[in-house]
Design a protein around this ligand. Structure first.
Ligand SMILES: CC(C)(COP(=O)(O)OP(=O)(O)OC[C@H]1O[C@@H](n2cnc3c(N)ncnc32)[C@H](O)[C@@H]1OP(=O)(O)O)[C@@H](O)C(=O)NCCC(=O)NCCS
Length: 287
């Protein structure tokens, strides 16, 4: 087959997501769900909040994507209150783990107090370390009550898009003091077959000068084992390198990790028994 890379359409990107979703073992039969939590002060102003998402491996895993407390209100138990509520909702939905990412200048000790453990460490080119943490909700971890819990008197409720924006802005302002936001470039490409139909596709991006990331890679079943996946992966790596990245990261499950290992990827972290009976891997390759 002659390779000719083309731009992936939005519909094709969605199709790849659906096909991968069909392959990955899942625990709960449900669509992904994002929600926002907000804590407000006596005047009704948002003073903290978080954005979380139940979806990976169909609700085996809840992602706590963003957690923020207003600088003036930190260390009064508000972050802990939000974290406990995310865990409560996760349990209610049937998720077995909550995972999240934090940077070395952020809040790793805060999460460890709540029973989270590091399962992936990534030394970033900008000098900071990025950690992934997990809490297995079915393990008996005693509830952590902060020394100063005076913030637990504030009202916690579900939030809306405006609250999500306030949370993201708060986090951006905090992170900017430590690390510059790098520019991102997408690499969303496909290979058409001889008739011009979709044969394989990759969804990847790069933080310029830093890190490439392969988010999805899919080859139509009859065309597998012919080198298409390897070709697309290498093209994504080439794109990352051209944009100044020295490393590419991706994740895989025990059902497809062999493909990435053959392509030179090493394990940097492992999430056991997620989804049930399987292990998940965080992978990297120096380029
Ligand atoms: C991290 C954050 C959400 C925690 O919220 P909070 O309301 O300040 O936390 P709590 O008051 O519930 O803290 C509970 C315990 O964790 C400790 N803690 C809180 N933040 C901490 C941090 N960044 N580093 C170390 N310990 C921390 C508290 O001192 C307290 O410990 P104690 O019970 O021994 O006194 C908040 O500080 C924040 O918004 N930070 C900036 C953004 C950020 O880092 N977000 C997390 C991104 S992953």
């Amino acid at each position: 087959m002659k390779y000719g890379l083309e731009e992936l359409t939005k519909e094709e990107a969605r199709y790849i997501g659906e096909m991968i979703d069909g392959i990955v073992p899942h625990e709960v039969d449900a669509d992904e769900e994002e929600f926002v939590l907000r804590v407000e002060n006596e005047s009704g102003e948002i003073i903290g909040g978080c954005i979380a998402e139940a979806f990976e491996y169909r609700w085996a895993r809840m992602f706590l994507n963003d957690l923020w407390v207003d600088e003036r209100c930190r260390r009064h138990g508000i972050g802990s209150m939000l974290l406990r509520e995310v865990e409560r909702i996760a349990r209610e939905k049937g998720c077995r783990v909550v995972t999240l990412g934090t940077a070395s200048y952020m809040a790793r000790p805060f999460y460890e107090k709540h029973g989270y453990t590091v399962f992936t460490t990534l030394q970033k080119p900008n000098g900071y370390i990025s950690y992934s943490l997990v809490k297995y909700l079915d393990k008996d971890t005693p509830e952590y009550v902060p020394t100063d819990n005076s913030g637990s008197r504030f009202r916690l409720s579900f939030g809306n898009d405006d609250d999500a924006e306030a949370i993201l802005n708060g986090l951006d302002a905090y992170s900017e003091a430590y690390e510059q936001k790098s520019e991102t470039a997408d690499f969303n490409k496909k290979l058409p077959d001889a008739d011009g139909n979709f044969a394989a596709g990759v969804i990847a991006d790069v933080d310029k000068g830093e890190l490439g990331s392969v988010d999805a890679l899919f080859v139509e079943e009859p065309l597998r084992r012919k080198g298409l996946g390897t070709y697309l992966l290498k093209e994504a790596e080439r794109f990352a390198k051209e944009n100044g990245a020295s490393m590419v990261i991706t994740s895989a499950g025990d059902w497809n990790v062999g493909f990435f290992k053959k392509n030179g990827y090493s394990v940097r972290g492992e999430l056991r028994d997620v989804p049930k009976g399987h292990d998940c891997y965080e992978l990297y390759k120096m380029i």
